[in-house]
Design a protein around this ligand. Structure first.
Ligand code: GLN
Length: 237
């Protein structure tokens, strides 16, 4: 018995001594190829990237899947330490959180049925039923155009389904996920926009300057070591 207790204590101490500090990372796994579900697991470009960052800074990464509009509140209330979710750096968000250096450049595009020809730019969305995802930058962009019948969805896949089912005329989404979703949904096409460039970055709580520096250093190394390019090829080529 004593022996068993001894072994148990030994293992326990080892676990405590060598356990890596955990970083809880919030994402919303409805944004392929950045984060999505595959065989019950959260996978994607962002997930691999943040795990590499974790390796570099010697911390264990634990992913939490949260609704996109719940991510910032979760970070502000310390339920998570970081957000990686294809999240665009915006002035509004910067009031509440800090961002790492950016790791991806994107822009907004319109997705329409293949036979749609009257929608060519943001202004031509007037009078149309346009799907957006709640709280996304695309949601904000459409809100600035008067006369658009905006329909908010909780996720990109939900909006894509509505579009494919003819419930809406068009939808707005970030460029890379738009490519990924139309590849899996026949009969849809992309209308490119000369919309503003958006920069994706990792969000960190306001009081965590040191963590932001560590993340930036890790991102830098991941780029110079070619790991970043490997991930780009894996998920986007
Ligand atoms: N880039 C967009 C935003 O930040 C969408 C992000 C996402 O859905 N994961 O609002």
């Amino acid at each position: 018995m004593k022996k068993i207790v001894g072994v148990f204590l030994f293992v326990l101490m080892g676990t405590i001594l060598f356990a890596k500090e955990v970083l809880y990372v919030g994402t919303n796994a409805e944004f392929a190829p950045f984060e999505y579900m595959e065989n019950g697991e959260i996978v994607g470009f962002d997930i691999e990237l943040i795990n590499k960052v974790g390796e570099k800074i010697g911390k264990e990464i634990k992913i939490k899947n949260i609704a996109f509009d719940g991510l910032l509140p979760a970070l502000q209330t310390d339920k998570i330490d970081l957000i990686i979710a294809g999240m665009t750096v915006t002035k509004e968000r910067e009031q509440f959180v800090d961002f790492s250096n950016d790791y991806f450049i994107a822009n907004q595009v319109i997705i329409v049925p293949e036979n749609e020809s009257s929608i060519t730019d943001v202004d031509s969305l007037k009078g149309k039923k346009v799907g957006v995802v709640l709280g996304y930058t695309g949601d904000l962009m459409v809100s600035k155009v008067e006369g658009v019948d905006k329909v908010q969805y909780n996720s990109a896949p939900a909006s894509i389904m509505a579009l494919a089912g003819g419930k809406i005329d068009a939808m707005i989404l970030d460029s890379a996920p738009a490519q990924s979703y139309i590849a899996k949904n026949k009969g849809l096409k992309i209308v490119e926009l000369d919309s503003e460039v958006e920069k994706y970055a990792i969000a960190v709580g306001k009081d965590k300057k040191e963590l932001v520096e560590q993340i930036n250093k890790a991102l830098e190394e991941i780029k110079t070591e070619g790991i970043y390019d490997e991930l780009i090829i894996k998920y986007f080529k």
